[in-house]
Design a protein around this ligand. Structure first.
Ligand SMILES: Nc1ncnc2c1ncn2[C@@H]1O[C@H](COP(=O)(O)OP(=O)(O)O)[C@@H](O)[C@H]1O
Ligand code: SF4
Ligand SMILES: [Mg+2]
Length: 337
């Protein structure tokens, strides 16, 4: 049986604003990833994807607070660890993180080698400079970066080279879970695909044991990650294989995400575009019942009052909705005629 690399059980985290309001941006999230597998997380802006990433890597600095739940990496429970222990014992080795728009965030005035030293030394303060250079050289070879790039400043590198630097650095300590949060520019779908393909190559070579790729574009994940989870208003609303989620989404929000974006790539073009009206709710005061109800074209009166749990309906598939899968599929089939 495949080994579980990451298991998250009912993770709940919140922001506390300056006005002492609670924002539950990650609400009872559970997920599992096996060794060698990739999971895509999709959802519009403001749905809690980045907060989930920060929460998974133990980045609990105010205003973000851990509330409850477990995060287990390769059998080790890292939930509730102090930030200092996380930095020493988790970051880079258990979990590595590529932040949103990482390629543009490299400090332009520092040498790439200094940046890599920071990453390695945060975990292993005693490592010699020469050792770190040797480690970096090996990774640079794997991502086809010239060794000279080590002594360059970020401003001297092309966009593509910066992408490769970020990938080399984030995999340098062979993490068990790598989390990439929209690492390329939001508008540039092709470059996001390039990044994710390179990361998959690094996983095939054994430099990463499993990975999570976050994007606001569900169709982008087709044929790229093994599984996809859709997140809405801090909660998971559906999970399935990448093919099922793109061609056969069940939850009205997943269907909306698929049908509201036109991606001119093989197999992912929607036959009819259907925009989702409105925007995700403000999480200071989420809707009382189903959080998607105010925007859902299939909502029933009770959806406004009742919150529905996420439930399994087929192997590897789960959804959160009051309507039966059969009913939703019938409605969708009629709409698509
Ligand atoms: N520092 C913060 N303080 C309070 N609320 C925040 C903070 N950062 C994000 N949020 C709120 O948390 C929710 C989720 O945000 P985020 O995780 O960034 O979503 P996504 O990555 O999906 O765009 C949003 O409602 C956002 O307003
Ligand atoms: S529970 Fe109701 S409002 Fe929510 S997604 Fe299902 S049909 Fe729509
Ligand atoms: Mg984000």
């Amino acid at each position: 049986m495949a080994k579980t690399m990451l298991e998250v059980r009912e993770l709940t985290t919140k922001y506390v604003t300056r006005f002492r309001e609670d924002v539950y941006a990650v609400d009872h999230v559970s997920l599992k990833i096996e060794e060698g597998k990739s999971l895509g997380i999709a959802g519009e802006s403001g749905c809690g994807k980045s907060t989930l990433a920060l929460s998974l890597m133990g980045y609990y600095f105010p205003p973000l607070h851990y509330m409850s739940g477990d995060i287990i990496v390769d059998g080790k429970n890292i939930s509730g660890m102090k930030p200092d222990d996380v930095r020493k014992n988790v970051l880079g080795t258990d979990i590595a993180y590529i932040p949103q728009a990482a390629m543009n965030a490299l400090n332009p005035t520092r040498k790439i080698s200094a940046f890599i030293e920071d990453v390695v030394r945060a975990h292993d303060p005693g490592r010699s400079r020469q050792d770190i250079r040797d480690m970096a050289r090996k990774r640079f070879e794997e991502v086809h970066l010239p060794q000279e790039a080590l002594d360059k400043h970020a401003v001297e590198l092309s966009g593509g080279m910066k992408q490769r630097v970020v990938i080399a650095v984030s995999t340098i300590l062979s993490p068990k879970v790598l989390i990439a949060d929209e690492p390329s520019s939001a508008l540039d779908v092709t470059s996001q695909k390039v990044v994710i393909r390179m990361l998959k190559e690094m996983m095939e070579k054994g430099f990463i044991k499993s990975m999570i790729f976050i994007t606001h574009e569900l169709p982008l994940l087709y044929n790229v990650t093994d599984d996809i989870m859709v997140m809405y208003a801090g909660q998971i609303v559906e999970r399935g294989s990448s093919k099922e989620m793109v061609f056969d989404p069940v939850h009205p929000y997943s269907r909306g995400l698929m049908r509201s974006i036109l991606v001119p790539e093989d197999g992912t073009r929607a036959n009819k575009l259907i925009a989702i009206p409105g925007t995700p709710p403000n999480l200071k005061k989420p809707p009382a019942g189903c959080r998607f109800a105010p925007r859902c074209r299939y909502a029933m009166p009770q959806c406004q009052y009742n919150a529905y749990p996420i439930s399994d309906f087929a192997p590897g598939r789960s959804y959160r909705c009051a309507q039966s899968v059969e009913h939703l599929k019938e409605v969708y089939a009629r709409e698509d005629e």
